[in-house]
Design a protein around this ligand. Structure first.
Ligand SMILES: *Cc1c(COP(=O)(O)O)cnc(C)c1O
Length: 447
């Protein structure tokens, strides 16, 4: 403990060892002084909650907050912790791999965890995705996907095909290329208009299939075909861009139009992958295979950062026929053995369980539990798909008030814009799921 507890908390001086134990108050003071949080100002304006540990579907807080020291997690740490926290199987996989090696460079070396993971991903994703580039994060996997598509056309002698087409309302990450295909207005990157590469945007897809919207997509792809490298979309569910769902039939429209006009098709399944929407991959709702697919988030069960960009032999062969016949990308921590070993264990764990039944059960529970929200004033729509529940308000949520109301119900939520939403771990029991729903309804009422 600090020797001078009346002194404001601060980092250890130069050359001094960092203090081993901080009180929650000291942590928050240091956090405010030094640490950026996602989409946060510096210094931070609202104190985050300090989490000491997590297991199953529960986060344990360092300090009692709104009468709670434990919160049921409704967020799966942003789509990732599908098996819950501190899972014995994933812990064992990490520990076993730690004893062998936590990392070696991937240039000139290879190892079982990465190879096994790649083979497994090829096995479970739509044919003909057959080649796997392992990345450090979802955003990087989208960077790699865009690079693959642009390089493919460059290698084939068509360098003018270097723009991307997407629909509005999307979210693909926070690095440069992904930002350029995020929704240019509602999204979080509006500041960069005029600086980012200018991509081609279709209107946001309607929830139900509309032939006139499909015609619009076909027409836009045809009109820009000469300059389009690829179409990139989140299939079936648009996540952080607005939590909107759309008819899988649009994916077939995109596949056909892309084939007809020599444009590649990229599915960003970073949020939707690994069962979240009720199919193993959202592409499976439509029976459509993309040329390139991005995976991340739930890939390691929420343990470590890792993502993957898969492509077809057509894309890989195209790149290999070019003047520069290599994909010039190679992150330092590419193929990280620790992350890959946990990812293998997480995928096996998912497929061993009756994940389809679990997600179905969650869908039913969310539908029942969130129904009361549609009676609330200020609620525009309640929608549920698979393990995703969304309450859309007719106004911007008061994030602090909504979060506090959920915490009072013993639930962790992170509303944004006009959305109070959840995607709980698949292992959430019936009673806990009902509590999560009460948290959402309370947050929607308060926010
Ligand atoms: C989260 C997300 C990303 C970005 O992944 P990071 O790991 O945060 O970089 C990209 N696309 C989609 C659809 C996502 O949900």
């Amino acid at each position: 403990m600090p020797e001078h507890s009346d002194r404001p908390a601060g980092p250890a001086g130069p050359g001094q060892p960092a203090r081993a134990v901080y009180s929650a108050g000291e942590l928050l003071a240091l956090d405010r002084a030094h640490v950026w949080h996602p989409y946060g100002p510096m210094p931070g304006r609202t104190d985050p909650l300090v989490v000491r540990s997590a297991s199953g579907v529960r986060l344990r807080l360092a300090e009692e907050t709104e009468g709670r020291t434990e919160l049921i997690d409704g967020m799966s740490s942003w789509w990732s912790a599908v098996h819950g926290y501190n899972h014995p199987v994933l812990n064992a996989a990490a520990t076993a791999q730690l004893g062998r090696m936590s990392h070696v460079m991937f240039g000139g070396l290879t190892h079982e965890p990465a190879v096994r993971l790649a083979a497994r991903l090829v096995e479970i994703t739509p044919e003909p995705l057959r080649h796997v580039f392992l990345c450090d994060s979802g955003s990087v996997s989208v960077e790699v996907a865009v690079k693959m598509c642009l390089q493919y056309w460059r290698s084939l002698g068509r360098p003018a095909k270097r723009r991307m087409l997407t629909w509005r309302g999307g979210y693909h990450g926070d690095t440069w290329q992904p930002m350029s295909v995020c929704d240019p207005e509602g999204g979080m990157h509006g500041l960069w208009q005029g600086v980012l590469p200018e991509q081609v945007f279709a209107p946001a897809p309607p929830a139900d299939f509309e032939e006139s919207y499909a015609d619009g997509l076909r027409e836009l792809i045809a009109r820009h075909a000469d300059e389009l490298a690829a179409v990139i979309v989140e299939p079936v569910v648009q996540g952080a861009g607005g939590m909107r769902f759309h008819s899988p039939a649009y994916l077939r429209v995109l596949r056909e139009a892309c084939d007809e006009h020599d444009v590649l098709l990229v599915f960003d399944e970073i949020a939707t992958g690994f069962g979240r929407t009720g199919e193993l991959f959202a592409a499976d709702h439509a029976g459509v295979a993309p040329d390139v697919m991005c995976l991340g988030k739930a890939l390691t069960g929420g343990y470590l950062t890792m993502a993957a960009t898969l492509c077809t032999p057509r894309v890989a062969d195209g790149i290999s026929r070019g003047e520069v016949p290599v994909l010039a990308h190679g992150p330092t921590f590419m193929g990280n053995p620790l992350a890959a070993a946990v990812a293998c264990a997480s995928v096996d764990l998912l497929l061993e369980r009756d994940w389809r039944q679990e997600v179905k059960r969650m869908e039913t529970g969310l539908r029942e539990g969130l129904a009361p929200a549609s009676e609330l004033p200020g609620v525009r729509e309640v929608r549920v798909l698979g393990g995703i529940g969304v309450v859309q308000l007719d106004h911007q949520a008061d994030m602090a008030a909504a979060t506090r109301a959920a915490v009072r119900e013993g639930v962790w939520l992170r509303p944004f814009r006009d959305l109070v939403y959840v995607m709980p771990p698949y292992v959430t029991g019936e009673d806990d799921l009902a509590a999560v729903c009460r948290g959402v309804v309370a947050a929607a009422a308060a926010g």
